[in-house]
Design a protein around this ligand. Sequence first.
Ligand SMILES: Cc1cc2nc3c(=O)[nH]c(=O)nc-3n(C[C@H](O)[C@H](O)[C@H](O)COP(=O)(O)OP(=O)(O)OC[C@H]3O[C@@H](n4cnc5c(N)ncnc54)[C@H](O)[C@@H]3O)c2cc1C
Length: 330
Amino acid sequence: MDKYKNIWVFVELNKNEVKRVTLELLHKGKELAKDLNQKLVAIVIGENNENVIKTISLYGAEEIINVTGKEYAEFSIDAYGNVISKLIEKYSPIAILMSGNNNSKDLSGKLSAKFKIGLVSECVDIFVEENSLVWIRPAFSGKLMTKIKSDKFPQIGTIRTGIFLAGTEDKNNKAKIINEKIETSLDKIRTKILEIINDIGIEKESIDKGSIVVSGGNGVGSKENFEIIYDLAKALGGTVGASKIAVDNGWIDESHQVGITGVIVRPKIYVACGISGAPAHTAGMKDSEIIIAINTDPKAPIFDIANYGIVGDLFAVIPAMIEELNKIKK
Ligand SMILES: Cc1cc2nc3c(=O)[nH]c(=O)nc-3n(C[C@H](O)[C@H](O)[C@H](O)COP(=O)(O)OP(=O)(O)OC[C@H]3O[C@@H](n4cnc5c(N)ncnc54)[C@H](O)[C@@H]3O)c2cc1C
């Protein structure tokens, strides 16, 4: 490992704004770099990175490798893959943290194939043990968490938004900027973005930001029955979430899925209706301030993390809750 240095974070942008997940990865990356006695390095690729660099520096990067060029105005796997590959060859990082968004997933796969290294996708935790990185991710239908160690470098992990907390601005942090000149000729870029349509993303943001989330699971039973979840959300002034099974059954759009492969939420109140509490679901809501669970099975694992557990049929419990809420409102 001696040849390899530093923890990298690949900076993801949305119209030249740093995405929240990058701030979260910087915070976690700083902790890992400190534990390994290394530096936290951010990789910024774009057309004009001035403002991005300022933000990244405020959020704790010790070094920023900056690559600019017209060909980097929009993400393309060929151009960005070319840049990161060259940087890896030159600097040999220990690990690269990337988001679980499409572009980073694409990029991480390309790098892992090119350098014949492993890739840990959908990590839910990363820490240092005996001077090595340990990556945690779900396995076996989300019932187990696996602990992954690798002796290949660089190690790459993808992490979804909301898994780690973002740090706060540190005005005293002044990152060292390293400008690298790497060009990618246009004939090497095989894709062209014609239009960006923001639809599902907007919905995801909305459950992500809701202070009350009412979620329905397999216990709801059908798309028609899901109306009861909307009714409770409306009575509480909240938004609607769902387990993966509810989404897979087509009862609700996937933008509402809470969990490790959905949205991570931390609302003030989370109401889980007919949800068993599989680790892949709870990883997406366990940090809610108050968890209320309604389930017919008193042994359902959701009760292990619930602040208030109601053992009962959701079709009897929810109407009673709505009735009481309406009385309070009057
Ligand atoms: C790689 C991977 C990623 C995954 N990612 C996610 C994810 O992001 N989010 C996610 O949710 N899951 C995810 N899963 C799936 C996860 O492992 C579980 O299968 C899923 O969360 C179970 O959904 P559920 O609790 O709705 O269903 P079930 O486990 O079937 O639970 C239904 C519950 O409803 C209760 N019930 C039944 N009828 C009633 C009633 N009338 N009133 C009250 N309670 C009732 C039952 O007692 C039961 O506890 C993932 C799995 C894998 C393999």
